[in-house]
Ligand binder design. Structure first.
Ligand SMILES: Nc1ncnc2c1ncn2[C@@H]1O[C@H](COP(=O)(O)OP(=O)(O)OP(=O)(O)O)[C@@H](O)[C@H]1O
Length: 776
């Protein structure tokens, strides 16, 4: 036990029946309060929905109100599970109950429940026997659903503390219970057991770039999510308008963490991957690492600029047919127009009108000269200019000389043409150019997204067509609505003059407006559809994997540079990723970023971490492993097999059979994942999911290292460590990631000798191997 005096009590323990009853009564009262609030929000939402919204303003208000009440109901539902988890008895006689949200007594405005993020709750996470923070007793409430099942008291009295019992962990009993619980496939919040070093980070200043470096299992993801919840609470005004973005490595990971923020009463952050950051594009394609690495380089910035310049053409002569005449644009003319347009320093599409104006002027001059300038008035010349601008041939020529481009067109055209690639990449080798080549029909990949974003910046948005389309659509809707009203008028005229006509209660404009079913969008929804959205705060998880081009995109979305960046440079596997934080931020904030470290591994037991530490030493001698919060008493093991596909399924089946519940992950080199998954499926009884199909609740999953990143499982079986090391440029880092995914058990199957870095593993002897074979 960490602290001096510790008193545990289970629901069944007679000696503590009274305090338990007292807490049960109190918590039941809190739930009644929550139910009342939920009913009230539901009633108000219903009332708001009944409002017909006769004017656009009323309709906007109705939509805003319903969204607000819907969010409130979701928030109240989110915090329902383990609403209240602690109680502080202070020296001054005050008592504070700590929970997921704040609740007030409406009559006397006293606090019934303190939000875990409020200053009054902070001692719950920080108080210890040495620095009591005014706390006399800290009580943990164990809850199952809405029922208090037990409690655990810590009396913070330094005089009674035996020196050897001091531990750096807070709420240790509850922490250990959380760490040893079986995993469900969904990340749980840690709100009842946040540790002091984590609390510091969660509540750190919102401004500037905060980098949280920490080894595997140190709670980086958990801390990042609790920090978002804290910032949404402490800086509600700022973040309500601009929103918060949480960027994760892949969709599986986002699903894994998706329940954490709602359970903290927050639904307002946008969770997405890099592939989601260009609205309108679904980046589902895969590509080899070496292609992604090239696309992620900072050298792609000039490449994209060259690709745009390459589209601004100046042929020796461009001939244009106009009303039977062959007009000529010499290079001198097109180059002059190009220079003038570029000198505006506007993006390509926005500079185009300047180019067009110059070219039309030159063509108008030619036509006027051909007719005889002395025969023409100013109005005639203007008419010629207008006719030229409307001529399909002239338009076609202008499109060839300076095309209107979308980011998708620019990039697809570039990839599809060896000539364009060559023109845009003067410093690339032929092999690198070849890697960029791709068919026009190939799907977009995540590493295309920052390039599309770069292209959008260089091209500028030409939204005139969109706006024209919107106006046309609105007109069509209005006309349609007017048509509907005509019909109603006609029919109603026939029926009864006393009957209220449709046109009395609704006009065409409003009817058209109702057709637009976009409704009221929340900040996250608006942010998700707006490429240029500037977020109030950005959180990046597994940040070591991001390429320089992705950082460039993120910095555009964060002009205020308010960011929390969490990662571990020892776990970098993406060839575009970083192993030095300074390199990432120097171009944007120089050295004005803060580094903070997490040092305790809450996931991986000490026995497994000892093995992983040897691999870490092989990655870089200076790298320090995190300290494990606990030992499991279970030694990790290795087993030599003859053939992975025929031997591994039996071992996996035996491991799974030995587990009561929870999840087993089989982590293998990418090429082995599918065949191994099929072979295992044929052997085991439980639900097995393979690769990207991962359904988070399955009893067994078969994945490669990329897919397993950020996740955790009760037991992990690593297949072919040499294969894992060999298949990636940073293969040892991949092995380190694979080994550190377990919360309890680790086994490694190998064919030849074990890699040197795994020398510490004890080989399983033949008997246990035979025992596994018996399961076949
Ligand atoms: N204070 C805490 N109380 C209870 N559980 C905790 C605490 N801190 C971390 N954990 C648990 O430890 C595990 C690892 O946390 P998390 O996934 O956030 O670590 P990480 O640093 O992001 O790991 P990795 O870099 O390996 O992906 C999770 O199950 C998390 O809930």
């Amino acid at each position: 036990m960490t602290l001096l005096s510790s008193l545990s009590s289970e629901a069944s323990a007679k000696a503590t029946a009274d305090p338990l009853d007292e807490e049960r009564r109190y918590v039941a009262m809190l739930y009644r309060k929550i139910d009342e609030l939920r009913d009230l929000a539901a009633q108000r939402m219903e009332r708001a929905l009944r409002n017909t919204g006769r004017t656009p303003a009323a309709r906007a208000e109705r939509d805003a109100s319903t969204t607000m009440y819907r969010e409130r109901i979701r928030q109240l539902e989110g915090v329902d599970e383990r609403l209240c988890f602690g109680r502080l008895d202070m020296d001054d006689g005050e008592t504070h109950y700590v929970g997921r949200m704040g609740l007030l007594d409406e009559d006397d405005q006293t606090s019934l429940l303190v939000d875990w993020r409020a200053p009054a709750a902070r001692p719950f996470y920080l108080a210890n026997a040495i620095s009591r923070e005014g706390v006399r007793r800290r009580r943990q409430l164990r809850m199952k659903g809405r029922t208090v099942t037990g409690l655990h008291d810590e009396i913070l009295d330094v005089a009674a503390a035996p020196a050897h019992s001091m531990s750096s962990l807070t709420n240790e009993a509850a922490l250990m219970a959380a760490l040893t619980a079986s995993r469900t496939g969904q990340m749980q919040d840690i709100v009842a057991t946040i540790q002091a070093e984590q609390d510091e980070i969660i509540r750190a200043d919102i401004n500037g770039v905060l980098v949280v470096q920490g080894g595997p299992g140190t709670g980086k993801t958990a801390v990042a999510l609790h920090r978002v919840a804290y910032l949404l609470y402490a800086h509600r005004d700022r973040l309500e308008k601009r929103g918060a973005l949480v960027l994760g490595p892949n969709a599986t990971f986002l699903r894994y963490i998706s329940q954490v923020l709602p359970s903290l009463g927050e639904t307002g952050a946008l969770l997405c991957t890099v592939g989601d950051l260009f609205p309108g594009v679904t980046a589902t394609g895969h590509e080899p690492d070496e292609v992604a690495e090239i696309k992620g380089r900072a050298a792609m910035v000039p490449v994209m600029a060259n690709a745009v310049y390459d589209r601004q053409e100046t042929p020796v002569v461009k001939e244009v047919l106009f009303e039977g005449d062959r007009l000529r644009l010499t290079r001198k003319v097109t180059a002059g127009a190009k220079r003038l347009a570029r000198d505006t320093l506007r993006p390509h599409n926005e500079a185009r009108p300047f180019f067009v104006r110059e070219i039309l002027k030159a063509l108008t001059d030619q036509v006027a000269t051909n007719i005889g300038r002395h025969l023409l008035e100013d109005d005639d010349i203007e008419q010629i200019r207008i006719d030229l601008s409307r001529s399909p041939e002239v338009r076609q020529a202008l499109q060839e000389l300076w095309p209107i481009l979308t980011p998708e067109q620019l990039l697809a055209d570039l990839y599809a043409s060896p000539e364009r690639i060559e023109a845009a990449t003067p410093d690339f080798t032929p092999a690198e150019r070849e890697l960029l080549r791709r068919d026009r029909s190939a799907p977009w990949t995540p590493s295309d997204v920052p390039l599309l974003d770069e292209a959008a910046e260089l091209l500028g948005w030409d939204d005139s067509a969109d706006r024209a389309r919107q106006i046309a659509q609105w007109r069509a809707d209005t006309e349609y609505a007017e048509g509907v009203l005509q019909i109603l008028r006609y029919e109603e005229d026939e029926i009864d003059e006393e009957v209220l006509q449709a046109t009395d209660v609704i006009d065409a404009w409003e009817l058209a407006d109702r057709h637009d079913d976009d409704g009221y969008l929340s900040v996250s929804e608006r942010a998700a559809t707006d490429r240029t959205w500037a977020f109030g705060h950005i959180v990046v998880d597994e940040a070591q994997e991001l390429s320089p081009m992705v950082w460039r995109l993120l910095m555009r979305r964060s002009p205020s540079r308010s960011m929390t960046v969490v990662g571990d440079v020892a776990q970098t596997s993406d060839p575009s990723g970083t192993t030095t934080w300074g390199d990432v931020f120097a171009p944007y904030v120089e050295d004005r970023w803060r580094l903070t470290e997490l040092t305790v591994n809450y996931r991986t037991p000490a026995e497994v971490m000892a093995v992983a530490a040897d691999v870490l030493a092989a990655i870089g001698p200076g790298l320090k492993p995190p300290r494990s919060a606990r030992s499991s008493g279970i030694q990790p093991w290795a087993m030599r097999v003859d053939d992975y596909l025929s031997d591994a399924p039996a071992v996996a089946a035996a491991e799974r059979a030995a587990m009561d519940d929870g999840q087993l992950a089989v982590v293998a080199p990418t090429a082995l994942v599918r065949p191994l998954g099929d072979a295992i499926r044929a052997r085991v009884q439980c639900d097995v999911v393979v690769g990207d199909d991962i359904s988070l609740g399955a009893g067994m999953v078969v994945l490669d290292v990329r897919q397993v990143k950020g996740l955790e499982f009760d037991s992990v079986l690593v297949i072919d460590p040499d294969g894992i090391i060999g298949e990636a440029r940073r293969g040892l880092s991949d092995l380190y990631v694979a080994l550190t995914r377990t919360t309890k058990q680790l086994g490694v199957l190998h064919r030849g000798d074990l890699p040197a870095a795994l020398g510490r593993l004890t080989e399983r002897n033949q008997e246990s191997k035979r025992a596994h074979e018996g399961v076949r």
